[in-house]
Design a protein around this ligand. Structure first.
Ligand code: SF4
Ligand code: SF4
Length: 58
């Protein structure tokens, strides 16, 4: 299953955006990041890099 970002936890640091090998994560104008589930390849790299554990692979 694709990664999901908890928008209540995300600080908008952008680390996951840089880490994603398939460019599936976008930092929104609202200050949180979002995963495009169609582009996510379930690699888990974003989960490991997030400093506030806002990302889960379901
Ligand atoms: S699990 Fe991998 S492919 Fe999916 S959003 Fe995270 S870094 Fe990108
Ligand atoms: S690494 Fe975590 S806190 Fe930073 S933008 Fe991504 S989801 Fe948000």
């Amino acid at each position: 299953m694709p990664a999901i970002i908890d928008e209540n936890e995300c600080t908008g640091c952008g680390l996951c955006v840089d880490e994603c090998p398939s460019e599936a994560i976008t930092l929104l104008d609202s200050g949180v990041s979002r995963v495009d589930p169609a582009a996510c390849v379930d690699c888990g790299a974003c989960v490991d890099v997030c400093p506030v554990a806002a990302i889960t692979l379901e």
